[in-house]
Design a protein. Structure first.
Lengths: 264, 663
């Protein structure tokens, strides 16, 4: 059984976001494999190590730097990568992304047992793509799982989701879609031989034309949504500290609540 | 006046020819057996990797000679030092005496063993025998009565060797005494005072005949030969190995480890098979006498971690014998069966063990080799390290704060950045702690004030600086270290940097001693060295005198690794502070617990090293504790907080104290 993991190259969590001409200033950004995708790769590789999966394929859509994200997935233990890269993809929204990913899946051959995603990408934070892919393919899906049991022979998977106050258990027929989160596993620190091996593992490049898509179907042209502008959250103002005897402090606070923000 | 020719003894007096023949056969046989065993060990070491240790041979031999004949390092621990010195010199003089006697007896036409020479040699040998007996008795007292922890667990050979030595010495005296009695107490034999005095009671009880003489002589010979043979097959091997081990010691700073060559091509990393150690590293294992000084000094061992440097070396030695003597399968027998991960991660690379070891065994490089295996080959690292490594990979600092924020600490200070300034006499290497740790940012600011007061031309790299990689290297992640080091060297060499000031002993050690491995050659000074020099030269002047009693904690990477002990102390005294030393200070300083990457590991086993060190500092009742390392500072800060002493005791980096005094 082949499983496919979807990987996204995203800015590191510690990136200081800066804007330039109403776009992200990318000059000081360090890109990493989306941390949620790491859970997905780790889970897929563990399934392979347990003998339940024959091949783990990592797919990414993005600019050239997405190749590094794929290498990270390969270092954890994915077998090969697919990089969908085309200038006309710039400006694609989540719908187009899902559409392109589905095309790439078809191109690579349809016989996959499971599609694994990170539950969200830490940059756009839309949570859209896994659901859109599942819908386009008509597959069952379980989001934000913390436990996964797969039985390829019986053709089913059981996934646990954390919900308020407990867990939801889903049984799905294969193939299915799952999205992964913290708690599912602890992604490994890749060993150096695996990092080195990852450099030699194959990554197949696809352009739009390779996937039988036209430029009108992708990018801004094919998208339903468009990013109009970026803005940084307003700077936090320094708090105000009221000091003095308890009676004075309470009086000052009541005065503040009544007169300044008028909540009482 | 007696004829000097008559002041002598006939070497084989009273010994029948058969016995004489047995002596030659036995003696040569014993020597051959011991030599064969040493030769066998030599063949085992040769199975190790090649390593260049034959540079500066003259210095190597002089250094070794000092350590062997003067016991410079052994004597640092008084009782066992004197004990060993007594056994060593007693044994050596008797050995030389035996050779002289053999020459007299066996070399034709040579005759010198008479007259004044005979008297002097007799006196020297008797004294040597006495010294040997005293040394052996001191050792027996230690083993049988005192039983110090560090000598445990004992082996049969430990006491057997002592009894054998005692038997050799005592039967030697008895043989001599009986001969003197049988020869009728010649007056000149008073130059053998022990034998002479011993002869008197023996004579009274009637032990004075030729038969008794032969019996003692025979036992003396048998014990001596047994001892010679045993050199090859017990820890007595150190008589041959330890001197060689000192000659071939690593002449570099303690903490320096070698890079992995051909990182991109190598198939295995770290210690997978024992023969991947170098011949010298294998020889180290045979040089260990199990004296346990290392273990006694080890901060990990002292706080109930499973690491004992002694056991580590002994376990490796056992493994070496399994693999290279008994030729056991390397797949089935690995070093990691005897040495657990917890043992390896417990090390703070503080080099207390290496400073103590009288055999100059190098513990750190072996631990790093094994950590490399865990980190690089197996990815078997403590969970929390996963994040630390990723932080260093992605943001070039172990905390994982964004790399673009690296120069934020300097905002508003108007410090020139090298990319804008082009060049400067000094590069101030800020280090991760200076850039990101709120407490240490204050130290950097203090240092900048001092540099400004001295009108030094300096600049920083700003966001171009990356972690020096020390943590990665000590934790065995050589790949990560290699990335940090090569990228930093490229930037530094690109600007033609020549002089570097570091505010962290880890950066200091790494840049100074290890970056040359990657073509980064700079003059590196630690801030305490520079400040001491600026004070000395009058480039900064103190505006006020500080008051109070301070104790100074030696950072391992500044002290033991780089011998910077005096400068920080000189500065404190210059400031007017009175300095009160902790019991474990300077070369014997006790690690704060952060070194070797331990800063980033949970301390789950045993008690906390930093608490132990805080207790040692509090024991001298100081008003303040001075440090010169960001990580020591953090460890003390945590420790003093835990002990509820942070309000009472001033905890300061030396730069902060100086900055205060120049205002």
């Amino acid at each position: 059984m082949k499983v496919v993991v979807f990987c996204k190259s995203v800015p590191d969590t510690e990136t200081r976001v800066k804007l330039k001409d109403n776009r992200l200033d990318k000059s000081e950004i360090k890109y990493i494999l989306n941390p949620y995708d790491e859970f997905a790769v780790e889970e897929a590789v563990r399934m392979k190590e347990a003998g339940k999966v024959d091949e783990v394929v990592a797919i990414s859509m993005g600019p050239e730097r997405a190749r590094e994200a794929l290498r990270s997935a390969l270092a954890i233990g994915a077998d090969r990568g697919i990089l969908i890269k085309d200038d006309v993809l710039d400006g694609s929204d989540t719908y187009v992304t899902a559409k392109v990913l589905v095309k790439a899946l078809e191109k690579d051959g349809a016989e996959y047992g499971m599609l694994l995603f990170g539950q969200q990408a830490i940059d756009g934070d839309t949570w859209h793509v896994p659901g859109q892919v599942a819908e386009m393919l008509g597959l069952p899906q379980a989001g934000s799982i913390i436990k996964l049991e797969v039985d390829p022979d019986a053709g089913k998977a059981v996934a646990n989701r954390l919900v308020e106050g407990g867990e939801e258990v889903h049984e799905m027929s294969l193939p299915c879609v799952v999205t992964c989160r913290k708690g599912l596993n602890e992604p490994r620190y890749p060993s150096l031989p695996n990092i080195m091996k990852a450099k030699r593992k194959p990554i197949q490049d696809y352009s739009i034309a390779d996937l039988d898509l036209s430029p009108e179907e992708v990018g801004k042209a094919g998208s339903f949504t468009e990013v109009l502008s970026y803005s940084l959250p307003p700077k936090k103002e320094a708090g105000r500290k009221v000091e003095g005897e308890p009676e004075e402090v309470v009086q000052a606070l009541v005065k503040f609540l009544k007169e300044e923000i008028k909540v009482i | 006046m007696i004829n000097p020719q008559e002041i002598t003894r006939h070497v084989y007096w009273n010994i029948p020819l058969l016995f004489k023949i047995l002596v030659y056969v036995g003696g040569l046989g014993a020597i051959a057996l011991a030599a064969w065993a040493v030769y066998q060990r030599l063949q085992i070491w040769k199975k190790g990797r090649d390593e260049e240790r034959k540079d500066n041979l003259k210095e190597r031999f002089i250094f070794a000679a000092k350590n062997i004949f003067l016991h410079t390092r052994i004597l640092k621990d008084q009782y066992p030092g004197i004990m060993h010195l007594a056994i060593f010199w007693g044994f050596l003089v008797l050995f030389i005496g035996t050779i002289l006697v053999a020459i007299e007896a066996d070399v034709p036409f040579v005759h010198f063993y008479y007259g004044v020479f005979y008297l002097l040699v007799s006196l020297a040998l008797d004294m040597a025998g006495l010294v040997l007996v005293i040394g052996v008795c001191m050792a027996l007292y230690r083993r049988l009565k005192e039983k110090p922890d560090r000598l445990q667990p004992e082996k049969t050979e430990d006491n057997l060797i002592l009894y054998l030595l005692l038997a050799v010495a005592l039967t030697g005296f008895l043989t001599e005494a009986v001969r003197i009695a049988a020869q009728g107490f010649p007056r000149f034999e008073l130059y053998s005072p022990v034998g002479f005095l011993l002869a008197i009671p023996l004579n009274i009880i009637g032990v004075n005949g030729t038969l008794a003489h032969r019996l003692f002589w025979l036992i003396h010979m048998v014990c001596s030969f047994a001892f010679i043979v045993y050199i090859g097959y017990s820890k007595l091997l150190h008589i041959a190995v330890t001197p060689a081990n000192i000659v071939f010691r690593d002449r570099r700073s303690y903490g320096v480890v070698d890079p992995i060559l051909d990182m991109e091509e190598a198939e295995s990393f770290g210690l997978t098979k024992i023969e991947e150690l170098s011949w010298k590293q294998l020889m180290d294992l045979d040089a260990c006498m199990r004296c346990g000084r290392c273990q006694e000094a080890c901060p990990a061992h002292n706080t109930d971690k499973p690491l004992s440097p002694k056991n580590l070396i002994q376990d490796l030695k056992e493994h070496m014998n399994e693999r290279l003597v008994q030729s056991k399968d390397p797949e089935e027998y690995t070093p990691y069966q005897k040495i657990s991960d917890d043992v390896l991660w417990a090390c703070t690379t503080c080099a207390a063990c290496m400073e103590e070891c009288p055999a100059y065994i190098e513990h750190i490089d072996k631990i790093i080799e094994m950590r490399r295996y865990l980190s690089l080959m197996e990815g078997r690292i403590p969970e929390e390290l996963n994040q630390t490594f990723r932080n260093m990979e992605n943001n070039y600092n172990p905390w994982g704060v964004g790399f673009a924020n690296r120069a934020d600490w300097a905002e508003g200070l108007d410090i020139p950045i090298l990319s804008e300034k082009g060049s400067a006499e000094y590069l101030l290497w800020v280090g991760c702690a200076g850039a990101y740790d709120d407490r240490y940012k204050k130290v950097l600011k203090a240092l900048v004030e001092i540099l400004r007061a001295a009108n030094l031309d300096f600049a920083i790299l700003g966001t171009e600086e990356k972690c020096c990689g020390d943590w990665a290297r000590r934790l065995g992640n050589e790949y990560l270290f290699w990335m940090m080091a090569t990228e930093n060297v490229e930037i530094l060499n690109g600007y033609g940097v020549k002089k570097i000031i570091t505010a962290c002993p880890h950066g200091y050690h790494t840049l100074k001693n290890e970056y040359p491995q990657f073509s980064g050659n700079y003059q590196v000074v630690h801030h305490t060295q520079l400040i001491a020099q600026l004070l000395e030269e009058g480039k900064i002047s103190l505006k006020k005198t500080l008051e109070g009693t301070f104790t100074y904690h030696d950072s391992c990477y500044l002290g033991r690794h780089n011998h910077v002990y005096d400068e920080p102390r000189k500065i404190l005294q210059r400031l007017g502070l009175s300095l009160k030393e902790m019991e474990k200070t300077r070369e014997k300083g006790f690690c704060c617990g952060a070194g070797g990457g331990r800063m980033w590991l949970e301390e789950k086993i045993g008690t906390r090293i930093n608490y132990a060190r805080c207790d040692q500092a509090l024991a001298v009742e100081p008003q303040g504790i001075a440090t010169a390392c960001p990580f020591c500072l953090t460890m003390f800060d945590d420790g003093l907080k835990a002990k509820d002493k942070i309000e009472e005791i001033q905890l300061k980096d030396i730069a902060e104290l100086v900055a205060e005094a120049i205002k």
